[in-house]
Ligand binder design. Structure first.
Ligand SMILES: [Zn+2]
Length: 137
């Protein structure tokens, strides 16, 4: 058996029963790199320490055998990440179209709605809850 085969076999045995990298582990790794770089650039040791903590947690998660708990953590993280990125996308769209549309919330369900500017007062029916109300734009 060559050295590379032994190495591959050893790694396979090490990773048996472990999940390896998931989205949360990858985010921790990227967060660790960013924090370490910022800590070095700003010469702020606490950021380097936080970056190191991210690396350690990432490695611990990858090598953990408690798959169910790691899976639940990853689901929580990906759900929160999707919500946050949707909010950021929505905010960017709002800023882009600020001159074309007036944005407002439905008084019943607080869904975000929009009307083209300069249409005057119109009756709006919310697409989510079907509540109808008057709105100026
Ligand atoms: Zn509504």
């Amino acid at each position: 058996m060559s050295f590379m085969q032994k190495l591959r076999e050893g790694f396979r045995k090490l990773m048996t029963g472990r999940r390896g990298a998931d989205e949360l582990s990858l985010a921790l790794l990227i967060g660790g790199v960013v924090l370490s770089m910022l800590g070095s650039l700003l010469r702020f040791g606490l950021l380097n320490l936080l970056g190191l903590a991210c690396y350690i947690i990432c490695l611990w998660r990858m090598l953990s055998r408690n798959l169910e708990k790691r899976y639940q953590e990853n689901v929580k993280f990906t759900t929160a990440w999707r919500k946050a990125s949707a909010s950021v996308r929505q905010f960017i769209n709002r800023m882009k179209n600020m001159r074309k549309y007036k944005y407002f919330k439905c008084p019943e369900c607080h869904a975000l709605l929009r009307l083209p500017r300069k249409v005057g007062e119109v009756t709006v029916t919310c697409g989510k809850c079907r509540h109808a109300f008057k709105q100026k734009a």
